[in-house]
Write a protein that binds this ligand. Sequence first.
Ligand code: GLA
Length: 504
Amino acid sequence: MQKSWLRNGVLATVSVYALAVSCFLFGSVSGHGQSLTGRWMVVAKPLDNGEQPKSLIELKQNGNELTGTMKNLDYTVQMKGTATGSHFELFAAWSATRPFLVGDLVNGELHGIERGHHNLVATPAAATVDIPSVSYIEPPPLQKVPGNDLAKTPPMGWNSWNLFAGKIDDQTVRTMADAMVSSGMRDAGYIYVNIDDTWEGVRDAQGNLQSNHKFPDMKALSDYVHSKGLKLGIYSSPGPRTCAGYPASYGHEEQDAKTFASWGIDYLKYDWCSARNIYKNDALQPVYQKMGAALKSTGRPIVYSLCEYGWGNVEKWGTEVGGNLWRTTGDIRDEWSSMIGNVEQQVPTAPYAGPGHWNDPDMLEVGNGHMTDDEYRSHMSLWALTAAPLLAGNDVRDMTPVTKSILLNKEVIAVDQDSLGKQASPIKNGDLETWVKPMADGGVAVGVVNLGATPSDATIHLTDLHLNRVKKAHDLWAHKDVKFTGGAYSAPVPSHGVLLLRVN
Ligand code: GLA
């Protein structure tokens, strides 16, 4: 829910106003003159763990002035705004332009939109109904978490979110693990099978987080995944709730880290989400440190993936908290502009990538069907050039030959996995963007991506590569050696396509 707010902010805001205006014009507003003062309850759709999240809205109307709070397991927000007839608009302290809650009183119910994207209906709540507030936990003092010696090269694997989102379960993960082996993905280096959000159950009487009915036995699942020569990853959040609204690790960091270790988990993606309702960005480092230290103290090697969208200059302190990789951007979508936008956004982070600590422009969309083959080749090339984690996000049980040829291109994977661990930067902008990655063998990988709408000839000059002469140049998509003449090599590149060479 929150993610779509992050992703579609502008669009969602527009639709709020469209809805408000149409309600007004077409007369669905009723109860003119009624007061909004009172307590209102919102009951959301049931989660896969059987919980049905509730929110309590308490409002006080004084003429046109409206004040109130909205409270649920995620947050308590103070709001201020106006009521005009039956229409109301309420703003949180951090934005005077974008309403936190906007809506109308319709037949004794509040029909509203929260944060620009989330429709809700609130009915009058009895005076006895309450929701416990989330208490504030002081973040720990800063202290370096010793490294875990993992992820010497960018992590490779598969993650459930891009394709399955909330529709992931034990059986799907098992069949995916089988396919990682039969498709050759595992042998190409894709080792981690990562379960993203929505696996969470509720806490037991001792506070131990259990999995929900979709994952009846996590330990058995991890045994299965391990028996295939793969590793298992899981997901949580430093806030009370994950992005999809499930219980998360706030106040249970050590306990959850132990649980994950006891299940045989090898990788944790830790997603900020509802923590932003409790902490400001200056708490990012100590809060991430808390889980880093908890993972470390389990004694189990667990790759630690920070997911906080690149906030607070994470690249500068990610290793201090024991992180092996950190997201540098918002969520990727299976479209060209999103993919290019993400990789370009992380350009300034290049100096901070290296063995054990990587910048993460988000998971791969290759094979999910909304980009062209050329665009997917550019996607894979750019992730390899920038030493990004390669976490496939498609259905590896059912890959077209082209998808396979992209994800399983060993020469491109070798660029990503190069032991020097340098993140390429663009050395030439414009429609033909040229990215150069120094390699451990003294040579370079160079990619020219055609951002333009028409085919173009790309030219790579030896001077751009800081090389005097070429011993060998190899085209990693055409799988053939090429020849530099007069200090340059030219080749046609389709719109949104890529030319990727390794030059020694
Ligand atoms: C956030 C993350 C995504 C995914 C979802 C799950 O949006 O950035 O990668 O993990 O949460 O709810």
